[in-house]
Ligand binder design. Structure first.
Ligand code: FEO
Ligand code: CA
Ligand code: CA
Ligand code: CA
Length: 628
């Protein structure tokens, strides 16, 4: 994973907090971006004096930091406890059977059980003490899903398809502790085969017609559901990310430019779907892939409702969908496209949110305008101004002549439209999170080995590190606090790094990174209502070389006012921490432990046997608000 030589951690004396002056001198010596000014930009932010809508109220962060850990367990701060809520394979529908360590289930049993690789999730209250969790099941670890380590027949593929999608299950509080209710009336599995509809400008167009669906409106399934969003009208947004990996070609295949941009190739990623399900065979159904890569809206309270693919929000490798109701009532959805050198987007609804008439809001995501971000750095600084560029035919150079005659053309090939208008290529945009003050918006840029390497991904103020091994978090504030504004100001909240290995220079991270809180590859990102920012990592867990001392993946809390970052949780071996939600009283937090033991790494989390993706609940022994 790392291209860097291993450094013997024990032989390095423990340095002080990074010397920022020396860091500036070093970067100046390298002639990098005139870094005195750049560093000053970060310092300006860290002292809290920046233009923007953020209020200055600091959230309390009351727990004692946990140290880095390489253990095969979850560690939470003193005074906290955690418990397993649900794991891959646990039954949630009538007829389901308990997880079988030997067979690990069949296509039929998996359809009735929690899917694999839980990711983004939301909690929807029903009553005091009862709620619904909707959670994504992003993909499968075939090395654990199948006893032989790979799919070998049609039922294996069906099992894989049924381990994808979304799980909806009720949770109930008993004796103060939340538990999954396998008998909940709203429990539901949405899989790669669940009927759903395409809505918005792409629905019914040629690009999405297939032999099974000549109408181009009725799709089976949602896949590679990464992170999420939650609307104020009570629906769950699930975001289709690496859908390309499930497609392949068994026959003749000549890759088009569009297929290349979306990573659709002759070979799938080992899941075996094209061989057993012709929908995923690009040589038979080339348009099927145009029906994935969307944000899908689901009503978690109605188990028989039909999920809606919202094509107006664009087609790309959607990470999450952060919903903001602008002060004028328009709904703005911020979204990242997680691939090296891809972009950050926002959707602005045509209609306005009406809190007095919930039903009137149900289709606000069907029509609107889509924009992509361009970041301009102030001279030599890691901060600057930005512009949202609209993606629509007839605007910003998009026209029939370059392949964008209709809005559907723009949306099906959103990535290519973004390139055509000069969007900034980013270091893998993951989650976007809006501060509850209504002003600032943050995004994790997880890492990017192509930065400064590929010509379309030059080093710039917004993506300032060559090969960016650690990732960073950027934020922007729309001008006037108006999320419909096409202009914004931005800066960097943190450059993750390893100040113990890199005592000088940008790889040591910004001054809010130290030996006690270092991490790499920020991914999950969410605010709680008090303004604590929760950061989840999906990074290199080798604990060696550039990553020495960071341990397993983890979750941290940041104070956006002071810049302080404190480690809250460490996960088991080879996991990613992803997915976060709270009970309404915020005395319980739900956190996702994804793919412990991936690639056959030595994990037996959570129950001592086959490693299984798991949602845990976390609470304070004294009954207080988590994090405070
Ligand atoms: Fe599914 Fe970009 O993480
Ligand atoms: Ca992610
Ligand atoms: Ca990631
Ligand atoms: Ca993941």
């Amino acid at each position: 994973m790392s291209n860097f030589d291993a450094i013997d951690w024990e032989l390095n004396p423990r340095p002080e907090t990074p010397d920022f002056t020396a860091m500036m001198e070093r970067t100046n010596r390298r002639g990098f971006l005139g870094m005195t000014a750049a560093a000053a930009g970060v310092l300006t932010f860290l002292s809290g004096s920046r233009a923007g809508a953020a209020d200055k109220a600091s959230p309390s962060i009351g727990f004692k930091a946990v140290p880095a850990s390489a253990a095969d367990s979850v560690v939470v701060p003193e005074g906290y406890e955690w418990s397993r809520l649900i794991s891959w394979g646990d039954p949630i529908l009538p007829g389901g059977v308990a997880f079988d360590e030997q067979t690990r289930g069949t296509g039929a049993t998996q359809a009735l059980a929690m899917g694999d690789n839980n990711d983004g999730m939301s909690f929807f209250p029903i009553s005091d003490g009862r709620g619904v969790i909707a959670v994504n099941n992003e993909y499968t670890n075939i090395e654990w899903l199948y006893p032989s380590g790979k799919p070998e027949n049609a039922d294996d593929v069906l099992k894989g398809q049924n381990a994808h999608g979304v799980a909806v299950f009720e949770v109930v509080r008993r004796n103060g502790r939340w538990q999954a209710d396998p008998n909940g009336q709203r429990n539901r599995r949405i899989t790669a085969n669940t009927p759903m509809v395409l809505t918005g400008p792409v629905a019914g167009t040629e690009a999405v017609k297939t032999s099974a669906d000549p109408s181009g409106t009725r799709v089976l399934g949602t896949i590679n559901n990464c992170a999420n969003g939650m609307t104020p009208w009570g629906t769950f947004l699930t975001c289709e990310e690496n859908f390309n990996g499930l497609f392949g070609a068994t026959g003749d295949f000549e890759q088009t430019a569009e297929q290349k941009r979306y990573g659709l190739n002759k070979k799938d990623w080992g899941y075996g779907w094209p061989k057993y399900d012709k929908r995923f065979d690009l040589s038979q159904e080339p348009n099927e892939a145009n029906r994935f890569g969307y944000v899908v809206e689901i009503d978690p309270m109605l188990p028989n409702s039909t999920p809606k693919k919202r094509t107006a929000l664009g087609r790309f490798k959607h990470e999450n969908a952060e919903v903001v109701v602008n002060k004028d009532g328009h709904v703005v959805v911020y979204m990242g496209d997680d691939e090296r050198g891809e972009h950050i987007y926002k959707f602005v609804s045509a209609g306005k949110y009406d809190p007095a008439n919930p039903r009137a809001n149900r289709d606000l995501l069907e029509n609107g305008r889509l924009f992509v971000a361009r970041f301009t750095a102030n001279d030599g600084e890691m901060k600057g101004t930005g512009q949202w560029i609209e993606l629509a035919p007839g605007k910003n150079g998009l026209s029939a002549a370059n392949g964008f005659a209709t809005m559907a053309d723009v949306l099906v090939n959103t990535r290519m439209a973004a390139t055509a208008v000069g969007a900034t290529t980013m270091d893998r945009p993951e989650w976007v999170a809006a501060h509850p003050n209504g002003g600032d918006v943050y995004v994790t840029l997880t890492n990017n080995k192509y930065r400064g390497v590929r010509p379309n991904q030059p080093i710039d103020g917004a993506n300032p590190r060559e090969k960016n091994p650690y990732g960073h978090i950027m934020r922007w504030a729309p001008v006037g606090g108006d999320h419909r504004s096409e202009r914004f100001n931005w800066d960097l909240f943190v450059l993750a790094g390893n100040p113990m290995v890199h005592r000088r220079g940008l790889l040591g991270g910004t001054p809010n990174i130290n030996a006690e809180n270092m991490f790499n590859s920020p991914d999950g990102l969410a605010f709680d209502p008090d303004g604590r920012m929760w950061i989840q990592s999906d990074g290199n867990y080798s604990n060696k070389g550039d990553f020495a001392g960071m341990g397993n993946n983890q979750m941290l809390v940041a104070n956006p006012v002071t810049g302080e970052i404190r480690r809250f949780l460490t996960g088991p071996v080879a996991c990613e921490i992803t997915g976060i939600s709270f009970s309404p009283d915020r005395k319980t937090m739900f956190v996702g432990i994804q793919h412990p033991g991936e690639d056959k790494k030595p994990s037996t989390f959570p129950l001592g046997g086959v490693p299984r993706s798991t949602i845990i609940s976390i609470w304070r022994k004294d009954g207080g608000i988590v994090g405070a």
